[in-house]
Design a protein around this ligand. Sequence first.
Ligand code: ADP
Length: 397
Amino acid sequence: MNILVINCGSSSLKYQLIDMKDETVMANGLVERIGIDGSRLKHQAYENDKVTIEVPMKDHKEALLQVLDALTHGEHGSIKSLDAINAVGHRVVHAGEKYSESVLIDDAVIAALEECIPLAPLHNPPNLTGIKAMKELLPNLPMVAVFDTAFHQSMTPDAYIYALPYEYYEKHGVRRYGFHGTSHRYVVQRAAEMLGKDVKDLKLVSCHLGNGASVAAVDGGKSVDTTMGFTPLEGLVMGTRCGDMDPAVATFLMENETLSIDELNNVMNKKSGVLGISGVSSDFRDIETAAGEGNARAQLAIDVFNRRVKKRIGAYAAVMGGVDGVIFTAGLGENSATNRKEICSGLAFMGIEIDDEKNNVRGKDAFISKDGCSVPVMVIPTNEELMIARDTQELVG
Ligand code: ADP
């Protein structure tokens, strides 16, 4: 079975065609600047060189047409005709409380996701646009929606209720939802395989540290707590997002910097995080370079980031009554030995100790903890596309 995985953003579209026989990627690519001058598609079929196709694409339907064309192209395609695509898996950000698992898409699912738009006004509309465009282009193909929020629907109310008047939860659905669910679910399954244990018998802390960052406590394969909340703004320090702070800071800044709601949102989402602290960049590679050259604010950004991850590892061990493994994934988690070491420093009291030599690893499955310490620490590259394809295969079966 060949599955096309689609991830639609507001002006971009990522895709992978996966052969589920051996889970190989037959082709992947990225469309950028949809609806903007200079639209282009970067496409790569398995073992071929990358090609860039520059054509105007005024909307997601035109972008998908170009993707389907590239996939079946005589020279740089990987399938002869569209009949070789058996199903489509869509990444969808927010399913509110409606879905705790991936679902086959029908009109009722589309209606339910439209109802969730107020919860994810920037993300759900482009996700839905992609679903509708695909449905128009290939109406008979089964399609599955895989949600970022679904994995965290197993949290109990004591983990997801905010200490606000309860009516805001009832009226507006204001609660913790959590995100990065597909990534946390993937790495936890992989960790169980690496540990040679059933995931049901494991208490794991999963640290997804990319531009967006979140930690999840996963007990017996189920998410029991996570750092992101009502939106992906809560929790850890991120590239440009502030994460946790005293909520009173928001009203203070509105008053004393005369910021509008939009301006405040922009500050907290786009100008904060390690970018805001360091003033250097949102990218850790730039910040590490600056810190190495003696930039004190760059070093401070790294220290604040690491401390917050460390605190969550401790907190989630307490929530689960122990921990059997810690996982690092996503851009920073997979690549930065120094951050991993710093985050785990001082945790020997709970059985977590990093082995410097093993920690000298990038972007591949590896154990990085000292032999014999009681809590294995693992690096596991995330693969959300594969998880989406697996769910799609299971549902379409
Ligand atoms: P996104 O949330 O956009 O998917 P990624 O998971 O791709 O983010 O992570 C991107 C971030 O990972 C970069 O901004 C950078 O901070 C960090 N990163 C990537 N490679 C390295 C590296 N070699 N060393 C340190 N940090 C890295």
